[in-house]
Design a protein around this ligand. Sequence first.
Ligand code: ADP
Ligand code: MG
Length: 473
Amino acid sequence: MSDMHTTYYEFWQETASRIKDTLPEQEYNTWFNRIAYLKSEDKKVLLAGASQFILDTVIARYRDLIVNTLSELTGEDINVEFVVVSRSEIEQINKPEGTAKDKEEKAEPVQVQAKPKISSEKTLRMKEESNLNPSYDFGTFVIGDNSAFAYNASLAIAKNPGVSYNPCLIYGGVGLGKTHLLNSIGNYIINNTPELKVMYVTAEMFTNEFIESIGSQRTQHFKNKFRKVDVLLIDDIHFLQGKDSTQEELFHTFNNLYESKKQMVFTCDRPISELKNITDRLSSRFERGLNVDLQPPNYETRMAILKKKLVERGSSMSEEILNYIATNVCTNVRDLESSLTKLIAYSELLSQEISFDKAKELLGILPSLAANANQTLSIDTIIKVVGEYFNVSSFEIKGKKKNKSLIQPRQISMYLARDITEYSTTEIGTEFGGRDHTTVMHAYDRIESLMKGDEAFANTILKLKRDLINVKK
Ligand code: ADP
Ligand code: MG
């Protein structure tokens, strides 16, 4: 195994910093400034001291503390050994830049002072190990009102990992660019700060690897793998719903990385508050830091995306067709792309420009675009929009209070959720503070009958519905 996998340098740094917090400053400086991390081998950390006297004292007073802290942080039984080296060497090692040999070992920490030279071979290996998809980058991402915030946050993170927005959660419906942005962050970092170790995984890969590591009794290896990175990117964390032991594992990984200020970015197909069967302690970790959303693009952005994709593919198409796609495919970018792919493939097959009528005909059979149309609208958004209209909070709508001023907005929200999303009444009930599906059905019937008897009321509901459909677009 390469040296990179066996270095405990970061764990040593964290150990020293924890010990620093518990000792009087003078005491810490007296002893810990006179020892230094030399290197590590399999489960062994070698520390150097400037004299035998110093080492004897450190061993007598702090050895157990050091061993315990290191073992706790790494999750392994770590051995610590000590050797005497000259005082100037200790000072040299403890200087931020370190010695030449030392630089190699210190390549991993986020706050590296001097950029170590990284061979192209090493860069290549890091790229492979990172799991990133190299074809996604910021340059190919089209920014619209729907995505500007998420894009800017991602770029800021890529430029300064571990510094400001940590952790970050990017959430939004399917096909809106979550995976694209997440990979762009990773690729940017690898290309600009190659000394940082970046790891991209989907939550599914994380889960499978974890299960596998239990089966092969290599959980320690698994833990180390994820705790030794500088940047951890986990895609689609909604996959973790109901997977208790993987959640537990991620919780510990999270804490470990968070404490050592390593950057984490997650994506999810909905706001964290809408996840089910996720432990509170884990969801509170996801919500910490920055949460940004991706919404479906509006018409202008859809046009811009189509045009950019056309250029990327070296293809062309009439404005009329592009306009037709942008007008009719409102769901997400993936659907826009597949519409385009379909037309390009057809025209390449026949080696001729596609006509407007043919385009319409081909796109008419695109499966389930309409059916998907409402998937990206979340129940929380519905509750928020209705709440704003009636001037009550989302919290109150979801809550148990039975004031008249709350019952109606609550029932309207349930009605709209059932009317314009694909969620089942059971799922909707769960979103409204764990209510039964019969309550949702009752609310639906009640609002429907009120609408029949009261035109003004019906208009209010229709207006809300229109607003919501616009939110989505
Ligand atoms: P998600 O992970 O949210 O389901 P993806 O990141 O896989 O979505 O995006 C689906 C497809 O749409 C990808 O090919 C991606 O490159 C493209 N895409 C998404 N958003 C944009 C955007 N704003 N600009 C350009 N391409 C985009
Ligand atoms: Mg994705």
